[in-house]
Design a protein around this ligand. Sequence first.
Ligand code: PLP
Length: 394
Amino acid sequence: MDKKKIYLSPPHMSGREQDYINEAFDTNWIAPLGPNVDAFENELAAYAGVNGAAAVASGTAAIHLALRLLGVKPGDRIFCSSLTFVASANPILYEGAVPVFIDSEPDSWNMSPAALGRALAEADREGSLPKAVIVVNLYGQSARMDEIIAACDRYDIPVIEDAAESLGSTYKGKASGSFGKFGIYSFNGNKIITTSGGGMLVSNDEEALRKTRFLATQARDPAPHYQHSELGYNYRMSNLLAGVGRAQLQVLEDRVNARRAIFDCYCEQLSDLPGIQFMPELADTRSNRWLTVMTINPAEAGCSVSDLLRTLTEENIEARPVWKPLHTQPLFEHTRYYPHHEQESFSESAFRHGICLPSGSGLTEEDQDRVLQCVKEVIAANRLVGHSYNSSPQ
Ligand SMILES: *Cc1c(COP(=O)(O)O)cnc(C)c1O
């Protein structure tokens, strides 16, 4: 294809990353651990307004460690948002625990307090309350943290906040990711800031963070002869990558503003089209708008998500359907699921009708115009011919 490829959410370097890497080379700190790791942890903890942070190899590793810290054992139940990336729930299976999936609600696209309440009440009656609840902040939008934490507090259940996508967002003026017993962030290449790969576990419990660092460095007992009495992991972040993270954190606010401006532009240009709506922003929250997500009502727009995806691909533009709900994934077949209302599964309709548009903070006006033109043309063309739309991706 000759047209330049437009990516969904590519890395966006500031230019200062190289300075940190050079410094690490000059001082020969080419190791997991080192001054950049310590500084990155402190800087991120200060940003999030929490007591401390532990830098690890990925967001997935951070979730896994959070489960270990909470003493999750095989057979324990863990409640988790259904509308999310598989990494939110994989660590549940690493520990042999049993996921139970909770639907989202329309105002935040995140965990439905109604569904969570029903699930907790039922688990309480059955004597099978979960060991933890993993709540996801989807595409940068915070969940209804007050309601969710209040529901969990009634049964004394700790919350792990999967803020992999919501670094830079706020809920009632406080940093997204700072509300649970543990919060986790990801610095994977597609996230709002990146270390190419990496993650962070944050908490106000400094003892737990010490334990995190211990488990993440092979659980080595304090003895010179490499003694181990617990199962550990090699999960620490490299000092080189932490340097990249420090430079990226300095431009986080710019990145949030850029993504929000991209969202506003899509919204302004497309929301008058028939059948098109955009993911809402919950009152009292500020989303980093990691990805711009819109929904297409095929009966009104005359085209489906698959129709639009096909044309965007032909134009060398990367777009994606919304995450396939985990309760519908073959990996999690036969897993229990609590919909928002008995008769309404919000996550399934978000998957059927939602599409993520290119949202990288480095997206140029010209690139965005190409995307906008493409969406407008597909909808106009299909409406003119009364096109019968294809069904959405399964
Ligand atoms: C990216 C992501 C993760 C995992 O982060 P990695 O650093 O890629 O392991 C977890 N949860 C959600 C919601 C994510 O988007």
